[in-house]
Design a protein around this ligand. Sequence first.
Ligand SMILES: [Zn+2]
Ligand SMILES: [Zn+2]
Length: 282
Amino acid sequence: MVPAKIRNAKVGLRQGRCIPARLRDKALNWIKAKKIEQDHPARRTLWFTRSTLRKAFALDGCAICTAVHTSERKGIHSFLYEGMMSPSVRQKFLDGGGFCLRHFWMAKEIEDETWLTGGFGMAILCEDLTRLAHAGLARIAAAEPNSRTMLLRHPEVQPFVLGHDCMFCGDNLEKEQFLAEVLEELVEEPEFAKPLATYGLCIRHGQLALQIWKDPPKRHELFARLQAQGAELGADLREFIRKHDYQYRDEAPGPEHDSVLRAIRSFVGPDPCKPKTKKENS
Ligand SMILES: [Zn+2]
Ligand SMILES: [Zn+2]
């Protein structure tokens, strides 16, 4: 048991003062994680990942997509809040060509919802990128006109390619790989096995898990689950299409009614410009 003095100190309140239960739970979780970190660094990582996956499964759908989505939003928020003011971090961002399409819009949306009176972080970043784009244009303008194929064969002509090594995409790749590895360890526990059997994984993360998982029975079971999931989705889409034929339009909608949305999520995950919440799925 953590002494009350420490418990209260961690949330910045004097001993004896009433602390809201939510803050108290958060602080206690933080202290618990710190203790695990000091005693067993590997267990600490697993503890956090277990908690991340548990929360992601609670929101339905592919848990890896959800966990990555939550993580990338936090990462971008932190970058806009303070990371971008660090010269080395800003340079890494610019070396990668800035944001990719996905993360550009996500960053704009996060800035809009976080700094309601208007943020200027995106303006600073766009100004940096404008200079890079300008330099790319100048390099191309200075080269001899040529066909696209020929242009690509001339490495000295380097067009500006937005987000060619987007650092948030890099973080996502690492994160999803790690989550897929940990999921293999956790999948025998009912609290993870049950939602995985119910919701499965998206196509990208299903394939990733099949590539990574080493245990043959677990791989076999996952493959069977993903195949069943794909067959069910295909059947729902066919039913959706059938009911849109004028002959059957009077039939009441069934489980197929949201099959197009489910199909899109299975290909690309949740809408990147929305926080992943249960409400989104309803
Ligand atoms: Zn996924
Ligand atoms: Zn990206």
